[in-house]
Design a protein around this ligand. Structure first.
Ligand SMILES: Nc1ncnc2c1ncn2[C@@H]1O[C@H](COP(=O)(O)OP(=O)(O)OP(=O)(O)O)[C@@H](O)[C@H]1O
Ligand SMILES: [Mg+2]
Length: 221
């Protein structure tokens, strides 16, 4: 499977989600390639910090941009079980190239923030890319949710009106544990002391993503 984590807004949690998905897939035993297609290079920085913390990151990490994202991923896809692309938060040629080769597109949104205003832009991007890649499945995930449950409902209701993006049931709360773990090149599964709530949220999101793609595999089989 090839996953692109993207969107049209900075700071929504794309890199956090991309590296978490990469690490969790590798912990299950898959051979995973993490593609940093964002010129900011944060996913690559994560891998550098990770190598300093635990030496063997558990996956392969490369940087690509522009059309090379499509061309190189196409060449490498048979060599990996899964490829995860951090496409960054702007409508770039890299993000579009990533969407052309991907099976799944996930855009994180922080509810009750300016992120929501970008929903229409993300929808438009997804619709335009559906012409080049009709089988791309596109999802939204609510990240950085605060403890006020009303936020989730408002955010979810707003995105659920979208006919282009399906909203994942799992959400990640705004928790320092996610930022602290990332700063050490780790996921919350690995970072000590463990935050059981953060671990449970990330595991639920991972399980939901795995279930989506296994359903697709069955449908496509
Ligand atoms: N659920 C969360 N709880 C707390 N902090 C979070 C959460 N998700 C992400 N963060 C933090 O928010 C900041 C932005 O997250 P991240 O880098 O993943 O976003 P991004 O969408 O990749 O940003 P950019 O657009 O700059 O690439 C980081 O400091 C990260 O650790
Ligand atoms: Mg990022």
């Amino acid at each position: 499977m090839i996953y692109t984590i993207g969107g049209i807004k900075g700071g929504s949690g794309k890199t956090t989600l991309a590296v978490s998905l990469t690490v969790l897939l590798s912990r299950v035993g898959f051979d995973v390639l993490l593609v940093d297609a964002d010129n900011q290079g944060t996913a690559s920085d994560f891998s550098t910090w990770r190598a300093e913390t635990i030496e063997d990151t558990g996956y392969t990490s490369i940087k690509l941009s522009g059309l090379a994202v499509r061309n190189e991923v196409q060449k490498m896809k048979s060599k990996y079980d899964h490829i995860v692309i951090d496409a960054g938060g702007r409508d770039t040629s890299s993000q579009r190239a990533a969407m052309v080769v991907s099976d799944v597109y996930i855009a994180p949104f922080a509810p009750k923030s300016f992120d929501m205003w970008t929903l229409e832009q993300v929808e438009q991007l997804v619709q335009e890319m559906a012409i080049a890649n009709p089988s791309l499945q596109s999802y939204a995930v609510l990240n950085k949710v605060d403890y006020n449950r009303k936020d989730i409902e408002e955010g979810r209701n707003y995105i659920e009106e979208s006919e282009v993006l399906k909203v994942l049931n799992s959400t990640l709360n705004e928790r320092k544990a996610f930022a602290n773990a990332a700063a050490a090149g780790l996921t919350v599964m690995e970072h000590k002391p463990k935050n059981p709530k953060a671990v449970a949220e990330l595991q639920a999101l991972f399980d939901e993503i795995m279930a989506l793609t296994s359903e697709e595999t069955e449908v496509n089989a």
